[in-house]
Design a protein around this ligand. Structure first.
Ligand code: HEM
Length: 172
């Protein structure tokens, strides 16, 4: 997985819990600090190790850390890092409809990236079933990021997990 994911975890922890907590997580997880750069390659195992260590050190459940990640990624980290994707879409519907092509195009020139893919089945103009496909099985992270996108656009989204690969979203 690309280092950018853990850069977001790092910023989230430092901002909300302080530098010391981040150092503690890094130390306990045993993951080297050189990999926290956008194009850095981190094994999926190391990525998960940092996340589960964060749960232990911060006394939070995995779901709480995932929710905090989705919020931080979609409302603070990604709008700063990838500003044009956000300014280029006026609503969460427009933004999320582009997520498949965004992941494909932005990882095209990244060696070793294996982006998640999304398929869209529109049930009506406000309701979509998004099918998530990735060998990583991180649908809960996708859901948390979708909630965060709703917060970014200040829109109330209804997001429902339908099994291990489908997410129903109702837009306002
Ligand atoms: C501008 C916004 C976004 C950008 C630039 C972006 C970019 C990326 C990048 C670079 C990765 C790492 C891929 C790899 O290392 O193979 C990634 C992973 C991921 N992204 Fe996004 N992302 C964005 C928004 C979202 C949103 C809104 C969702 C939810 C629908 C999402 C879901 C995920 C998931 C679940 C992963 C984990 C990898 C996996 O499941 O295989 N992302 N993203």
């Amino acid at each position: 997985m690309k280092g950018v994911i853990l850069m977001c975890v790092k910023e989230l922890v430092q901002k909300n819990f302080g530098d010391n907590k981040w150092e503690e997580i890094l130390h306990q997880s045993g993951v080297p600090r050189q990999i926290f750069v956008p194009m850095g390659d981190i094994t999926d195992e190391d990525t998960m190790k940092v996340i589960t260590t964060a749960c232990t050190v911060l006394h939070l459940s995995l779901q709480q850390v995932i929710d905090a990640f989705g919020h931080h990624w979609s409302t603070l980290f990604a709008p700063k890092m990838y500003r044009l994707y956000f300014t280029g879409a006026k609503s969460s519907k427009e933004f999320l409809s582009k997520m498949d092509s965004v992941h494909v195009t932005m990882t095209q020139r990244m060696n070793g990236a294996k982006p998640p893919r999304f398929k869209y089945e529109w049930q009506n103009d406000k309701t979509v079933i998004m099918t998530y496909s990735s060998q990583r099985g991180l649908i809960d992270i996708a859901i948390a990021c979708i909630h965060g996108v709703g917060e970014y656009y200040k829109e109330k989204l209804q997001v429902t997990k339908m099994g291990s690969d489908k997410i129903k979203i109702v837009f306002p």
